[in-house]
Design a protein around this ligand. Sequence first.
Ligand code: BOM
Length: 141
Amino acid sequence: TAEVMSHVTAHFGKALEECREESGLSAEVLEEFQHFWREDFEVVHRELGCAIICMSNKFSLLQDDSRMHHVNMHDYVKSFPNGEVLSGKLVDLIHNCEKKYDSMTDDCDRVVKVAACFKVDAKAAGIAPEVAMIEAVMEKY
Ligand code: BOM
């Protein structure tokens, strides 16, 4: 659900500042991670892909090939309030997007495509959070 996704985004987003330098993602492109979900934010920058890889690695959510670690991602999402209602769906959506871009060899370029696909599909599935929902739970993490 969108409510659960707001918690996951608020927590995951806390890793952004630790990853800014090594990813090269400027504040002009993305100031705060929750803006990822804004209607007018375009998920297109290679540096965002690099940042998502760096952030995911802080929580062991990726395998060595920079694809999702299914078990760890499932457990991560499940750890949030009501997480078990989102975990299966989120893993399915991300994996479906990974399959579409599997031939891309540059990890940062591929992950930003996967993230853009995930944003579109999460909105279509009704599990994309409003930015205001994320801001409401930011203080918990
Ligand atoms: O193949 C690479 C898998 C990368 C998975 C991350 C895609 C989604 C990242 C952008 C949105 C994040 C929102 C919430 C946290 C989900 C972990």
